[in-house]
Every structure is written in C-alpha cells, then in structure tokens.
Ligand binder design. Sequence first.
Ligand code: FA5
Ligand code: MG
Length: 422
Amino acid sequence: ILPRCYSTRPHETINVQGASFVRDSKTNVPASIISKLPQRLYMKPEHPLGILRTLIEGHFPNFTTANSLSPIVSVFKNFDELGFPHDHPGRNITDSYYINSTTMLRTHTSAHEIEVFRQGADKWLLTADVYRRDEIDASHYPVFHQVEGARTFDVSEDMDALAEENARLAEKLASANIIIEDDTQVTPQNPYQNVHDPAHAALVTENLKSSLNSLILSIFGARANATKEEPLRVRWIEAYFPFTSPSYEVEVFFQGKWLEILGCGVVKQATLDQSGIENRIGWAFGLGLERIAMVLFSIPDIRLFWSEDPRFLEQFTPGKITAFRSYSRFPPCYKDVSFWTSDQVKFHENDLCDVVRDTAGDLVEDVKLIDEFVNPKTQRKSLCYRINYRSMDRCAQQRPSSYPYRGPPEPDLLLYSYRSLS
Ligand code: FA5
Ligand code: MG
C-alpha cells in the first residue's frame, strides 16, 4: 500500500500554509494533516489545551512565552542541530511527516530551542503543535501539543543564588502532599557533561527537579478529587535524549497507572554554545499537553480535542479544570479490510493509517490488525485490519436544528442505517 500522498512525480509542488514546496521522494504529508496546521487549539482560552497552557504559564510567571512559531521546520533544525544521529528511528518516513527531503513538520518543540536561546531570554516557555506518524487509537493522534521550557544561569554569577533557591524549593516540597520517587543516579550512561563543574551541574539538576515537581504539584493539585489521604505520586526515571545530559523522564501515578508526562535534562553545552550563550548552564523540559489534559478533564478519546461540536467546547471555562460529561455516541461499526502485501514495497502500518485518516478523517476510532496469513505455496502474505468507524461527537438521533446543513448524509449516518437494515 502506498498512500496517495507519496509522489511519483518529483516536479510537482505541494502547498502548505500558502507556501509552495517542491515534492520529492520523501514527501508524505497528507491533506488531512495539512488542514490541522492553522487550528492552533492551544491558543483557545476555552479549550482544555488552552486552559492547561495558561495554567502552566501561570506557574512560571517570570518566563517569557513564544506561542507563534511555524510548524514547518528544516530537517536540520528538528534533528541535526540537536545532535540526533543519522540512523535515529524518529527520522524514518514511517515516523515523521516530510514536506520534502529538507523540510518537515516539527516532531517536537525542542526543534526551536536554539533559536529561542539565541533571542536572549534566560527563562522561557514555548507551546506548539507537533506532528508524528502513528497508529490510530484513543490515546494516539498524529498531531499533539507540547510545552517546552528552559532556564539558564550564569556560571560565574548565579550559583550561590541558585543554591539558596533550591533550598527554598526543597522546603516547600517537603511540606506538600506529594511523594517523589527518585532513585536516579548520575552514571557513566547518564553523566554530567565533561565541560561542566560537577557542583554546578548538580545545582542545575536539583533546580530542574524541584521546578518540575512544583509544576506537577500545582497542575495535579488543582484536580477536583485531590485529597489529603491520597498524596500525589511522582516518579523520576533516567532517560536519554541526544541534546541533554543527564536526562530524565517523569511519570505521575493517576487512576492506578503511571503516566509519562515529560522528558527533560541539563542542556548539552554545544546547544548553548551554538546559541551564543557560552558562559551559561541550564535545563530544559518538553511536556505533552494531551495526556495531562485527558486525565485532568476526564476526556476519554484524544480525537475530542479536535471536535467542533458545541457540546464539547461549551463545557469548559477559561482558567478552570472541570470534568468532561460525555454525550451519546454511536455504537462501534466495524469494517474489515484485507490485502496482499507486496514483495517490492515494504508495508508499514502507519502508511495504512494515513490512508484511513485521509479518507475517513476523525470518523475512525481505531485500526487493529486482526489476522495474518502466509500462503504456504507462494509465501505471499496477506493482512486483515479491522477499522472501527464511530463518530466521536455525533449522536444517532436527529441533529439539533442549530446544526448547519452540510449536504447529503455523511458516511457515518449511511453506515449506521446500513447496519440497522442488516
Ligand atoms: C521529546 O519530545 C523531547 N523533545 C522532550 C525533551 C525536551 C527532552 C527538552 C529534554 C529536553 P518525547 O518524545 O518523550 O520527548 O515526548 C515528550 C512528551 O510528549 C512525552 O512525555 C509525552 O507526554 C508527550 N508525547 C510523546 N508522544 C506522544 C504521543 N504520540 N501522543 C501524545 N503525547 C505524546
Ligand atoms: Mg518519551
């Protein structure tokens, strides 16, 4: 299966947000994704993603904010400049959206670190939409949102004040209703950087940890069901990112499960040097908004963030965390599709998912492989996928009259009547 978006005619162009790019063998951005670029959900004050962004910005009041950076970036900026090796899996066309070989949709907000550091702010936050090719289910969507944050310190002037600040933060956290599980160690696999005085790197790491623990406390402490008996549990895990060392991931225990919410670390000095701030040392983090918003607002399906249904949008109030009340949904409607795979073109599930999204849009709730067959004589392989069509926000009854007429019945209605007939 080759998605329709894969161009076999290299001289054609692709239009993205008013700019024209020459297609080549890497072009794989479908129209369904391009249509998401202008939406900027995170800037809508009444949208759960906007409410959460505002909450985070409110927790870091002295940080400058950048919220209008274009999602179209060079491959160099997204990967090379940050030290991603040439064989990093994130670079594969099965994992990322390429406009062409040199230009892509950013896969993370870290793509802008160097340009924002260069602007000179020592404390900043940047929120943006990011794009990754992925499977289809209730917690994965090819567009999601991240908040990147960073803070740098002057090595010769700021270290004493930093030690004092760390002591104050530690005292505040010690008396809060939070359990921090942190067995991480600085090891040769996750070291302080050679260029850093280990005492300075330790102070910056400690500041990173307490700053993020306080952020998590204020985000999750604001949730409706917080109680004294049930303290918030946060877990720190050693991690690896090409542009930080030491690096960590943070998980929060919520409704019986550990939920990964962010990646972070001490910024690689090469990044700060390239940004023209050689005399400084600092930390950075990148946090996913959807996963946190889904638990805070009890939103069961990631597609709902993209809903234009007033029954979704009118439930939320700027500045407030309230639980989502779901409205009626269609029953699931399964359609199976099976096909032979080719020996010449390697099949990747993400290619099928992009075809599905481009054709059926958000009507599809999930796509699952349910059977595999290899013909014993010919060795040809066939796959069977089950596509679950279910509107996230339309109900089976007649639409309210306030709905604009949008032409003939849409596929979900047809499928629904087909189902009831059969
Ligand atoms: C990053 O994207 C790094 N740029 C984070 C970082 C920034 C590290 C600065 C160090 C310094 P990662 O791919 O793990 O890392 O994503 C970060 C967060 O984004 C995750 O913890 C998660 O909350 C969210 N996230 C990642 N993938 C998805 C997805 N498919 N759907 C929803 N949220 C996701
Ligand atoms: Mg991760």
